[in-house]
Ligand binder design. Structure first.
Ligand code: UDP
Ligand code: MG
Length: 311
């Protein structure tokens, strides 16, 4: 069986189109298919749309509905936990992940010695230039300072074997950064490229700032390098201040002390104060993560599934 996990947030317009497209492609697939839609606290009629779909295809379509918006990562996690198939794929509801690739992905995973077929965008066309620039910077940075390799342009759309899914589910952390987790668990992954597509309907839930904070999360979750920044910067500034002390001492002895230099003093104070706050902030970020992690809260709360349908 093939399980398709679809996190949905305000996707009432996309879901029917998505289902139709995937059903069309499924004729070329000789696996039984189960759909697991995860309604991530949508504010539109996504839930009733899913109830409807389940009513029409009770064997095929299952859904999980959260009590509020928990984020796509939580949706993915819930979907993977409830998937029963030997093969599991993760897709967006907006058809930005082309279902036409599925038959080829299944063929690859079954004939070649790989555990996962991932997809990546061939280009970043159609994206604001500034966003592409920051995205590239992010991948450069994270691959330099993190131990986990992250592929530039890789999407969450991927087909995985049961073994790999089980390994992913063994990572029970609260702060889930899927791009990192998929790569952290290892296994052989092969990437297919495809041209970027526009959403069929609705709009993206990502703003520039939410992407920025998402990428910072990615760095914090998969690298300890920022924590070391404080020690590097501290050592550097100690070294600098020793040199400065020697210079000043020497100058005072040679030329006397004209008691000037107040502006430079203030600059140094501000600079060092800023550095300390920056380092505290970085440490604070990690402590925040530890705080959330130790609370041990569930990643999501389910309000309704097809089994306890409230209507
Ligand atoms: N999504 C979700 N919860 C959220 C935000 C998004 O489940 O809080 C889902 C959304 O419905 C879609 C997928 O995650 O199926 C990708 O979202 P989106 O298309 O907004 O992101 P983009 O494709 O622009 O990266
Ligand atoms: Mg999208």
């Amino acid at each position: 069986m093939l399980s398709i996990v679809i996190p949905c947030y305000n996707e009432e317009e996309s879901i029917p189109a998505f289902f139709k497209e995937v059903e069309k492609v499924s004729q070329q697939i000789d696996h039984e298919i189960e759909y697991i839609f995860v309604n991530d606290g949508s504010k539109d009629s996504t839930l009733s749309c899913l109830r409807e779909l389940h009513r029409s295809y009770p064997q095929k379509v299952r859904y999980i509905s959260f009590s509020r918006n928990f984020g796509k990562e939580a949706g993915l996690y819930a979907g993977l936990q409830s998937a029963k198939g030997e093969l599991v794929t993760v897709m967006d509801a907006d058809l930005q992940d082309p279902p036409e690739l599925l038959p080829e992905m299944i063929r690859l995973i079954e004939t070649e010695d790989i555990d996962c077929v991932g997809t990546r965008r061939a280009t970043r066309d159609g994206e604001p230039a500034i966003r592409s620039f920051f995205a590239r910077m992010f991948y450069k940075l994270i691959n330099k300072i993190g131990e986990t390799e992250m592929v530039d342009g890789a999407r969450d759309f991927r087909l995985m074997t049961r073994q790999m899914v089980d390994s992913i589910l063994e990572l029970t952390e609260y702060n889930r950064f899927s791009k990192g987790i998929f790569s952290w668990v290892g296994f052989n992954t092969k990437y297919l490229s495809y041209e970027n597509r526009e959403r069929v309907a609705g709009e993206t839930s990502w703003s520039f700032w939410s992407l920025l904070s998402y990428s910072i999360d990615g760095i914090i979750n998969f690298s300890e390098v920022p924590l070391n920044i404080a020690s590097y910067v501290g050592a550097l500034s100690c070294f600098g201040s020793v040199i400065a002390m020697l210079v000043i001492l020497f100058r005072t002895l040679m030329y006397g002390d004209p008691t000037s230099g107040w502006p430079s003093m203030v600059c140094i104070f501000l600079f060092v104060g800023g550095l300390q706050l920056l380092c505290l902030g970085i440490i604070g970020k990690y402590i925040g993560k530890i705080f959330m992690e130790t609370k041990n809260r569930p990643a999501y709360i389910v309000k309704e599934t097809e089994e306890n349908n409230l209507l």
